[in-house]
Design a binder for this molecule. Structure first.
Ligand SMILES: [Zn+2]
Length: 301
């Protein structure tokens, strides 16, 4: 059903693997982030709970972003709250490039225990998921409350509510002081091969979907982060009883950011001269910082 021989090239870290189970009208993505995750987290001096939160968000961003067919399309995940310890989390994905950051109140965070709940971090928050489709210039945004016990659960409700696509998502994270590994699986049911957004009949209890959801739900967190287990092997463990599983190697991931002196110069060139003067420091320079990279750029304008 799939290349399971040890000689075949198997997928490890930082590459997305797409798959379909045609007999069940299911499709999905599986990914395990390693060095790229560490590169993104390493740009910030975040405490463990925030690293964990951002790792989960990045995996979700990759899983959902890699559903986009067009290379230039972008997916943005934004979690926001008023008055929460985390007031903003932003991640985005485009053509394998992924980035993200979290804005939080370190003092209030330190008063929490080691594994704060989503509610403890955000209070009453919400998650906005935005698909920017390059080919048509269209933008789709769905907003769901940050309920449930994980960002993954909120993403599942986004697909159920905004897209009416039954979706199961699992994320596993293993963090040590040296390195972080985070893996994720997303599976969806698309009956009749439908991939469009307008769907008239939605069934969350289709027997094929129930079957796939039970199987996919049996995946353990440690299997998602086990670097000795290829992504093909993960899928094999889940779906070896299916008649056919098609595998489609997806994007190779990179930590990507669009910040550069040229980029900010272009942004600033659209400001009025008086506004630019206000932004200048005493040496006449305008400094812009990239929240994704924690880097400050001096922009000659
Ligand atoms: Zn940047």
């Amino acid at each position: 059903m799939m290349p399971a021989s040890p000689e075949s090239a198997e997928t490890g870290h930082d590459q997305v693997l797409g798959f379909t189970v045609p007999g069940r009208n299911a499709r999905g993505r599986v990914v395990r982030m390693g060095p790229v995750l560490e590169r993104i987290l390493g740009a910030h001096a975040y405490p463990a709970a925030i690293r964990h939160l951002l790792a989960e968000a990045l995996v979700l961003t990759v899983l959902m972003g890699s559903l986009l067919k067009d290379e230039e399309s972008q997916l943005t995940v934004q979690a926001q709250t008023e008055g929460g310890i985390v007031d903003l989390l932003v991640c985005d994905y485009r053509a394998g490039e992924v980035r993200g950051y979290v804005r939080h109140d370190a003092e209030r965070l330190s008063a929490l225990g080691a594994n704060p709940s989503l509610y403890a971090l955000f209070g009453k928050g919400y998650l906005a998921i935005t698909f920017d489709l390059a080919a048509t210039g269209q933008r789709y945004q769905g907003i769901v409350p940050l309920e449930g016990d994980s960002l993954a659960a909120a993403c599942e409700s986004y697909f159920a509510q905004s897209e009416q696509v039954p979706t199961l998502i699992r994320v596993g994270i293993r963090s040590t002081a040296q390195a972080s590994v985070a893996g994720g699986l997303l599976v969806q049911h698309l009956p009749d091969g439908e991939e469009g957004r307008e769907r008239l009949h939605v069934r969350m209890d289709h027997p094929d979907w129930e079957h796939v959801a039970v199987i996919a739900g049996s995946l353990r967190h440690d299997e998602l982060v086990d670097s000795d287990l290829s992504l093909e092997a993960v899928l094999w463990r889940l779906f070896h009883d299916e008649r056919e599983v098609r595998i489609d190697p997806g994007a190779v991931l990179e930590r990507g950011c669009r910040c550069s002196v040229d980029y900010y110069q272009g942004v600033l060139s659209r400001f009025a001269a008086a506004d630019l003067d206000e932004m200048r420091d005493e040496t006449g320079t305008i400094s812009v910082d990239c929240a994704f990279c924690s880097k400050v750029f001096a922009i000659p304008v």
